[in-house]
Design a protein around this ligand. Structure first.
Ligand code: PEP
Ligand code: MN
Length: 321
């Protein structure tokens, strides 16, 4: 089938799961092409998709994608908690947060080593030193690591340390970076741009998928609206919408999604109720002294309390944490 697709001048994309292979390609949607492939041995069915994000769409793959990071499954029944500081500020603060979030039930430790900042005079992260500290925290706690790569040049190094590579909201349509993320063998968490439609988010994911990396999860982190009481407007219905439009796991970041500490817990509850596969939450040992995103960061105790509350919602919607 792959050879035939290539003979026709198209590029096939393969997705294998559970003994089944889905082969996608962008061709002209003629009936004759459909019957050519349907008649080939080993072909179960030929599905025509009208969605421009051919590999990301549900029609391409009906079952939800499960991304495995060690023994963690993202996209399965368990809602996965990713937590940690906005930025890795020092070794001692990261170790403190790492132990605290692990104890509270987080499976993945977040922390930026390369930080996109609005002002060039703000703290921009510890860079490679930050990556080393993250790796040490993984060793000490067993937590997996998620951290951001801001540019193509960083992808190699960051993906050597990270278990999940984060692409930030400001980079959602950095197509060169997306293509580079398609070349690596690690899962990618792609954040929705603050002015991006869901279709644009899915097309951005398509860049990574079509370049050969099938391990993509999407992250709703709020969009910019006229509302000023919050930093961003968390688009909660994007969760059920995306779960319908795509087979990719959907994560919600209620920290950037609201920008307000007191709203992180209710937004987390709403996200889990709406069907999120995971939460990405900023936790800092002393939020008021954080070098970035202090106003939206939780202290460890607030995070423990959030986990207790969110567990009740998970149970109510038939999921675990
Ligand atoms: C972050 O996760 O700290 C971050 C910078 O997020 P975003 O790209 O969503 O603003
Ligand atoms: Mn942040």
């Amino acid at each position: 089938v792959v050879r035939r697709i290539e003979e026709l001048g198209f590029r096939p994309h393969l997705l294998s799961e559970g003994g089944r292979t889905v082969i996608g390609f962008m061709g002209d949607e003629t009936k004759s092409m459909q019957s050519t492939f349907a008649a080939m041995s080993g072909v179960e069915s030929v599905v025509m998709s009208r969605k421009p994000y051919r590999v990301a769409c549900r029609e391409f793959k009906a079952e939800g994608t499960i991304i495995r990071v060690g023994d963690i499954e993202i996209g399965a029944n368990r809602v996965i908690l990713m937590a940690g500081p906005c930025a890795v500020e020092s070794r001692s603060m990261l170790m403190e947060v790492a132990h605290a979030v692990k104890e509270a039930g987080a499976k993945i430790l977040r922390g930026g080593a390369y930080k996109p900042r609005t002002s060039p005079y703000s703290f921009k992260g510890l860079r490679e030193k930050g990556l080393e500290i993250l790796a040490e925290a993984r060793e000490k706690t067993g937590l997996a690591i998620i951290t951001e790569a801001m540019s193509i040049q960083d992808v190699k190094l960051v993906s050597q340390y990270a278990d999940i590579l984060q692409i930030g909201a400001r980079n959602m349509q950095n197509f060169a970076l997306l293509e580079e993320a398609g070349n690596i063998k690690k899962p990618v968490l792609l954040k929705r741009g603050m002015m991006a439609t869901l279709e644009e988010l899915l097309m951005a994911a398509e860049y990574i998928l079509s370049n050969g990396n099938q391990q993509v999860m999407l992250c709703e982190r709020g969009i910019r609206t006229f509302e000023r009481y919050t930093r961003n407007t968390l688009d909660i219905v994007s969760v059920p919408l995306l779960k319908d439009l795509t087979h990719l796991p959907v994560i919600v970041d209620p920290s950037h999604g609201t920008g307000v500490r007191g709203l992180v817990k209710p937004a987390s509850r709403a996200a889990v109720a709406a069907g999120a596969d995971g939460l990405l939450i900023e936790v800092h040992p002393n939020p008021d002294e954080a070098l970035s995103d202090g106003p939206q960061s939780l202290c460890p105790e607030d995070f423990r309390n959030l986990v207790d509350e969110v567990k009740k919602i998970a149970r109510a919607v038939g999921r675990e944490i």
